[in-house]
Design a protein around this ligand. Structure first.
Ligand code: ZN
Length: 205
């Protein structure tokens, strides 16, 4: 578990933490846990998320177990700079949907002495690094990888396998669209999909 007693090491007090993993790995729960503790410490806490994600509601960070904390939806990462002026702790949820300028924004906020906590998917449905995450993980003082449980074998899962065939990068959804898989089950699922596709193409010709 991430322990905050490591945090006083910086003279400025600012730092960047990334909480990342697949879908159903508890990223948002971990973000909320850290933000709640900052609130208990009477620190000014702000929570932001990209406007793209309105699965449940426009103003809340909603974790899959339905603990709710208010979040401000923003269209771009730069908007956070003004909004977070009075925050000592800045939470950013679903950060994979921001552009690469989120990296500069997080650096700017941390250099202002703020504690920045980012929760995001590390990989997209095809297993490729997602959006600004590689850069964010590079500049962060602390990176926490959380894991889901593989739906097929019960080992730790770090891939979000999409059950439908669409190739769209952004597809929001729940358990009926994605399943968390471990490395070997994910690579087998991709192989099987490619075999099916080959069979389908051969039948057409
Ligand atoms: Zn597995």
């Amino acid at each position: 578990m991430f322990l905050e007693n490591n945090l006083s090491s910086s003279r400025l007090g600012g730092c960047i933490e990334v909480v990342t993993g697949s879908m159903f790995s508890g990223k948002t729960e971990e973000l909320i846990r850290r933000l709640r503790r900052a609130e208990i410490a009477k620190l000014n806490v702000g929570i932001y998320k990209p406007k793209i994600d309105n699965r449940y509601s426009d103003n809340d960070v909603v974790s899959h177990d339905s603990k709710i904390v208010s979040a401000i939806p923003v269209r771009s990462a730069k908007e956070i700079i003004d909004l977070a002026k009075d925050n000592k702790v800045v939470g950013i949820d679903e950060a994979q949907f921001f552009e690469d300028d989120l990296i500069d924004v997080c650096n700017y906020l941390a250099n202002q002495g703020k504690r920045v906590i980012v929760a995001a998917l590390d990989m997209d449905f095809s297993g490729k690094p997602f959006g600004p995450l590689p850069g964010l993980m590079s500049i962060a003082e602390y990176v926490t990888k959380v894991h889901a449980i593989c739906m097929r074998c019960g080992h730790l899962a770090n891939y979000s396998h999409r059950l439908s065939d669409t190739q769209k990068l952004v597809m929001l959804g729940e358990k009926d669209i994605y399943e968390p898989l471990c490395r070997s089950c994910f690579s087998k699922a991709i192989d099987d999909k490619n075999k099916d596709l080959e069979l389908f193409n051969n039948q057409k010709t």
